[in-house]
Design a binder for this molecule. Structure first.
Ligand code: SF4
Ligand code: SF4
Length: 444
């Protein structure tokens, strides 16, 4: 089967040096594989067929709506009555890309000799907009910056602007910046590619500024209406960036981590928990084995799957030895557990990294977190009973630090029992011995 460098879902950028094909979003039925070797199943004229590709670009138009039903957007601009009033940011800050479109239209009309006003709250400058703004100004466009509450739009007739700096009533033809909404196909595409979707409905959850067109899954990129408008810059630059990324990736596709995460098919209960939590779309059903499998090129080594798998079926290849090197840290309050350990009079716990602290209140979150770096690391905090604490609210502060971190571990899908807090009195040496023995075996 022929292998493409890139499949465009939606609109093609037609790169002449990359072997590409364009597919309508509703033709796409399924995707499997990873960067360098995706297989897409598509429906074409009642038949299904497969396409192989190294990368995918999802490039769909936004849904564009007018923020005020009775006023047209500048997508609908025709020969207008003068003066022409461009208005953006009526609801939310309009993305820079739209500013570019409005500026371009305003400049063109002003260059034709029309009187043009441009109202905005933020122009979100980038190189392209800087140039357009300058040209529009030179062509005679009058710019007004307004604040929320300053403007009253009088239907399609004109507007009143009342601010401390000016009072202005303008009659003319208003054109609004359209509201952008995510393309309706995005939810379906997110499911097909197993990519996380943002609360706003776009195919990107993080790094929308630093890595502008990346999705969570390596080798799948989001452009235009697949990408949150708040993060968009210059469309030409974003397209060029994406194609340059693909060219450089295709010459050198490597895993991102040295160690492989693997699923033991015997243990896997095929429950899809790992599939759901992996934010990099790096797990995929293996129907021959009836188990999940890790896609090694897609995997980014975050180990979330290891921590959530209820069957303990995922491990790091060759990590058995290292497992024994897990850091088992115990913090003991000097006034309770540390005294109990002294009373015990023997130390069968030399494999534990025990540290005495004057009070749990002196434990900072960073002290705890630095001992939870590896996925096998565990921390046990042993403090006094609340009423026995010799320091003002010390025990409570310790308790809060532990609970905050446990909450964080839970949010990241890590096992909360990697950090445990228990209370003892100085006379509970037998309990201490039992607790330490059970805890170090992971059976507490
Ligand atoms: S280690 Fe992280 S990126 Fe890799 S498969 Fe597991 S959850 Fe996904
Ligand atoms: S979470 Fe574990 S048991 Fe469930 S599908 Fe993934 S590997 Fe299999």
């Amino acid at each position: 089967m022929e292998m493409y460098d890139v499949v465009f879902i939606g609109n093609s950028l037609q790169p002449s040096d990359l072997k590409s094909i364009c597919v309508e979003p509703d033709m796409l039925l399924a995707c499997k594989g990873e960067l360098g070797n995706f297989t897409l199943r598509i429906q074409k004229e009642k038949e299904t067929q497969e396409i192989k590709t190294r990368t995918v670009i999802i490039n769909l138009l936004d849904i564009r709506e007018s923020p005020l039903a009775e006023v047209p957007t500048w997508d609908e601009l025709q020969e207008p009555e003068e003066p022409v009033i461009f208005l953006q940011d009526l609801k939310d800050l309009t993305p820079a890309q739209i500013n570019g479109k409005g500026l371009e239209l305003a400049r063109d009309l002003a260059q034709k000799g029309k009187s043009v006003y441009y109202f905005y709250r933020s122009l979100r400058f980038n190189r392209r907009n800087d140039e357009l703004y300058e040209k529009a100004r030179r062509a005679g466009v009058v710019f007004y910056q307004y604040r929320n509450g300053d403007l009253e739009v009088k239907g399609s007739d004109g507007l009143i602007c009342e601010s401390p700096a000016m009072e202005l009533e303008l009659h003319g033809t208003i054109f609004l910046a359209p509201d952008l909404k995510p393309n309706m196909q995005l939810e379906r595409l997110a499911r097909i590619f197993n990519i996380r979707i943002s609360p706003e409905g776009y195919l990107q959850v993080e790094n929308v500024h630093l890595q502008p067109t990346y999705t969570g899954k390596r080798g799948v990129y989001a452009l235009e209406g697949a990408r949150n408008p708040a993060g968009r810059t210059d469309p030409d630059q974003e397209e060029a960036f994406t194609l340059a990324e693909i060219r450089s990736l295709l010459s050198n596709i490597n895993p991102l981590t040295e160690e492989e995460r693997v699923v033991d098919a015997e243990k896997c209960a095929f429950c899809y928990t790992c599939y759901r939590v992996c934010s990099h779309g790096a797990l995929e059903p293996d129907w021959e084995e009836d188990a999940m499998k890790v896609l090694q090129i897609a995997c980014q080594g975050c180990d979330t799957c290891l921590n959530v798998c209820p069957a303990g079926a995922i491990s790091i290849e060759g990590r058995e030895e290292k497992k024994k090197e897990a850091n088992l840290k115990v913090f003991m309050c000097e006034n309770s557990a540390a005294t109990a350990l002294q009373r015990l009079g023997k130390n069968g716990f030399s494999d534990l990294d025990i540290e005495n602290v004057p009070c749990l209140g002196s434990l900072k979150k960073k002290d705890l977190l630095q001992h939870l770096q590896k996925s096998e690391d565990r921390v046990l905090v042993l403090g006094c009973f609340e009423e026995a604490c010799k320091h003002l609210f010390g025990e409570r502060w310790g308790d809060k630090s532990v609970k905050d971190i446990q909450k964080g571990l839970k949010a990241l899908h890590f096992k909360e029992d990697r950090l445990t807090l228990l209370r003892l009195s100085p006379r509970m040496e037998k309990d201490l011995e039992k607790i330490l023995s059970l805890w170090k075996e992971g059976n507490l």
